[in-house]
Every structure is written in C-alpha cells, then in structure tokens.
Design a protein around this ligand. Structure first.
Ligand code: SAH
Ligand code: SF4
Ligand code: F3S
Length: 452
C-alpha cells in the first residue's frame, strides 16, 4: 500500500487532526513514513494564525515539489487545515504541483480523496465546504505499537470553531462557528483511550470554556464545560485531565470551584491574556479587563496554590502606545507567569485589526517582543528554581525528546521533568525528587519511596 508523510504546523488542534487523519489512513492500509521524499502521498497540515506559519508551509511545499521534480518522482501533494480552508483553490493556482486542498471540516474525507487521486479518478481536488456534524469526526487515534511506546497522554477534540472574533484573529474564519460534540461521545472516546493505556487526556478546542453553550447549556449553575469535566472525571483508570485553550471570560465560579473539587483536574492553566491594557483589550475585542484577569488568577491560586499559569501575549497590535505596552510588561511581572508564548502581531487579511490605523513599524514590534521575552525568561527561571529539592508526581511519557537515553514526563502543573531511567517507567505515575533546573525544564531523581 502507498506510504504517507504528514507534517503539521500550528496548534494542538492541528496535531490532533493530523493524528486522526493518519489513523484513518492506517486503518485503510496505508503506511506512515517520516521521509517526505520517498512517500507516495505528502500532506502538510497548515496554520494561518500568523504570516510566518503560512510562509513555512508554502516554502516546504514548493521545496518538496522541486525536489520531486528533479528526481522525476511523482507523489500526491496535499494541503490540509487552516490555510487550506482560508486560501482554497488559490493554493493550487500558486503551486500547480499541488493535487489536493482539504479544509478544516473535511479532514475525514482525506482518505477518500487520496484514493481517488492515486487511482487517477480525480485531479486538483479542493474540498473546503462546511459540513454539518464534522466536529464529531475527529475521533480515531493511533494507539498501535509496542506497549513501551504506546501513548499515555492523548488529545481529545471536544469542539470546533470560535465565535469570539478577536479583532486580530483568523481562527473564526478558518475553523468556522462553535460546534460541540456531545458529552456521551467525548466520554466514550476517553474511555476507549483509557482502556488502551492512556492515563491523561487534554480536552481540546479553540475556546473550550464555550463548550456546549448552545447545544447543552447550563445545569444547576454549572456550564456545559464543567459538566463535561465532571463526566470525564468519572472515568475509572483516568488519572489526569487538562484542557486547552480556555478563554478568560469562561472562568466563572463554577470552573474555579471545579478545581477545588475534582482531583484529576491538573493544577495547570494556559490562559491567554494577550495584553495588560484595558484600552487594548477592548480594541482586541477580548471581553475582559486586566482587573478581571488578575482576579481569575488570584482565585485559581487560592483553590490550587501550586497551579502553573501560562499565557499568550501579542506585542505590536495596531496603535499600541508606550503606555499600553508597559501595561503588558507590568501585568507579566504582577502575575509571575510560569511561561508565556509571546507573539509579534501579524496582520491577517479580512480581520478588523488589519484595517485599523497606526500599524506599528517592524523594528518597534521586534524591540517590544524582545523586552517581553526577557521578562518572561527571567521570571520563568526564578519560578523553576523554586522546584529544586521538592518531590513531585510525574507521569512518565517516554524517552526524553532531547536525549533518548533518558526518560521524561510532566508534573501536574505541566513542567517537563527529565530523569535517568529506562522504559520500565513508561506510563508510570511516579514521585521524582527535583535535583536541578534548566530553562523551562526540571531534572529529577526517582524518590526513595519508589525504590523498593
Ligand atoms: N483560541 C486560543 C488561541 C488561538 S491562536 C485563544 O483564544 O486563547 C493562539 C495564539 O496566537 C493567540 O492566543 C494569540 O496570542 C496568537 N495570535 C492569534 N492571532 C494572531 C495574530 N494575528 N498575530 C499574532 N499573534 C496572534
Ligand atoms: Fe481567536 Fe479570540 Fe477565538 Fe482565540 S478566542 S480563537 S484568539 S477569536
Ligand atoms: Fe493555526 Fe488553525 Fe490552530 S490557524 S493556531 S492551526 S486553529
């Protein structure tokens, strides 16, 4: 059977979508390969959130197409995901070697399209329409392989789309309106994962705190999202629950209270703040204030003192004044984030921010980006130092990504811990004594209690 190479750009939702596509292809008999140049099918799952992400995928595709041509090899070339959705046929016009463009509501049709293309039944396929029920089609997982390689953590897609329309963001365009799967469907997927050795799930969506708002609604003062967490929490054999990305406006008291009550809900929260200035948050259409954000973090730290808090920040949004930028810097210092992704504002077509006056010069954006990064790195180092000497529970995920001779796992507060140990620890929840820290990594030793 033909072999398939998939490269993924962008967020965890894209990673999850790629995994589901791979699982669907493997179920049909295709094999997956890590080598693009010998593959029969080459798929790039793309991201549009910033221009750099689009350029990377476009560059990769034209590079691959050029190499194949010089070797006189023919392969099916396809774009999937967010850029495929937003640009559609334009991609084939730009890169005529491309045979397939699959949008974000059509991932589950990829295998059929590839079959048609390989059989010569089709050419230049663009499938980017809307499809009712597509939110429930990202379900299959790749869980085969030897037991010491099987994943112990898994992403589970709970919803698609976003209705927030932040003025800088292309996601509502690429992923469409919010559509949620049912609680039963999600719980049964999680149960199957647990039966196959998974101990931690991360519930995924672009705005998970809005999960099921329309389809399910509140019950007994609990949002649909909290109802979902409770249902997943009830699965025997599941040890840890995470989610990403939430929106600050979704941190009602019901969610805070869930942290106090549901032990499997890990004490880590990635809460994108974007800016520390109220005027800016308003222009971004974020729907909260600096004060409200600080209040959420305060409440979370009150119910779970060890909670790890990370965020996303955008610098250089149109019209960002010196004062507004300073407000972001001071917010970072005030919150003491464990880590943050700091992004340079990138103009996205057809977004309201693209038409705003006073787009900032490149150099100023670069300068401000470096300044925020410096604060984040300094704070991160200080926070990571504090873990040295502590004993922490780590779920061992597999060999370390940097050094395959070691193992790595994550703490409940989402810190990576690397330690000396073999595959027998794979999938174990174990206590590790933290001996030293690197930048955004901890190093540990199995604690005495585990060495019986
Ligand atoms: N849905 C998530 C994040 C989606 S995109 C949320 O709302 O939290 C991930 C991050 O990319 C955003 O949090 C934001 O910081 C950044 N981002 C989105 N659009 C951007 C743009 N036009 N330029 C720069 N960064 C952007
Ligand atoms: Fe984009 Fe805002 Fe939706 Fe996040 S909440 S995906 S930043 S529109
Ligand atoms: Fe990028 Fe799409 Fe995710 S635009 S960030 S891959 S939802």
């Amino acid at each position: 059977m033909p072999s398939v190479f998939i490269k993924t750009y962008g967020c965890q939702m894209n990673e999850r979508d790629s995994e589901a596509v791979a699982a669907q292809l493997v179920a049909k008999g295709y094999s997956m390969t890590a080598d693009a140049l010998t593959a029969d099918v080459i798929l790039l799952n793309t991201c549009s959130v910033r221009d750099a992400a689009e350029q990377k995928a476009l560059g990769k595709m034209s590079h691959v197409a050029g190499q194949l041509r010089s070797k006189n090899r023919k392969a099916v070339l396809g774009f999937m995901g967010c850029m495929a959705q937003s640009r559609g046929r334009e991609l084939i016009d730009k890169l005529p070697d491309v045979d397939l463009v699959v949008g974000t509501q059509k991932f589950h049709r990829t295998a059929d399209h590839i079959g048609d293309l390989l059989a010569g039944r089709a050419g230049g396929v663009v499938d980017t329409g809307e499809e009712k029920g597509s939110e429930a089609t990202i379900r299959e997982h790749l869980l085969n392989g030897a037991s010491d390689k099987r994943p112990v953590t898994s992403f589970v897609s709970i919803m698609q789309g976003c209705n927030q329309f932040c003025t800088f963001c292309i996601v509502p365009d690429t992923r469409g309106r919010e559509r949620s799967r049912s609680i039963d469907d999600i719980v049964s997927e999680c149960r199957e994962l647990v039966n196959r050795g998974v101990r931690e799930v991360t519930l995924l969506g672009q705005i998970v705190t809005s999960y099921g708002r329309r389809e399910i609604g509140e019950r007994d003062g609990k949002s649909a999202f909290v109802q979902l967490i409770e249902a997943v929490h009830g699965i025997d054999g599941l040890d840890r629950i995470r989610f990403t990305s939430p929106h600050p406006k979704g941190y009602g008291d019901d969610l805070i209270e869930a942290y106090g009550r549901l032990a499997k809900l890990c004490e880590s929260a990635h809460i994108p703040v974007q800016s520390g200035s109220d005027a800016m948050l308003k222009r971004m259409h974020r729907g909260y204030t600096r004060k409200r954000f600080l209040e959420i973090v305060g409440k979370l730290r009150a119910v779970r003192p060890g909670i790890g808090v990370t965020t996303d920040i955008i610098v250089g949004f149109p019209g960002e004044t010196e004062e507004e930028f300073e407000a972001t810097m001071s917010l970072c210092r005030e919150v003491q984030f464990d880590n943050a992704f700091v992004f340079k504002y990138s103009t996205r077509r057809d977004t309201p921010a693209a038409a705003m006056e006073n787009q900032l010069p490149r150099e100023l954006i670069e300068q401000r980006h470096a300044m925020v990064l410096a604060v984040i790195n300094e704070m991160g180092a200080r926070r990571y130092e504090k873990f040295v000497g502590k004993t922490m529970e780590v779920l061992v995920e597999g060999p370390s990504r940097r050094n395959a001779a070691r193992m790595e796992g994550r703490t409940r507060c989402n810190k990576i811990v690397v330690f000396d140990g073999g595959n027998r620890f794979h999938g174990e929840l174990m206590e590790l004594k933290i001996t030293r820290n690197g930048s955004f990594t901890l190093y540990g030793d199995p604690a005495i209690v585990n060495l019986n």
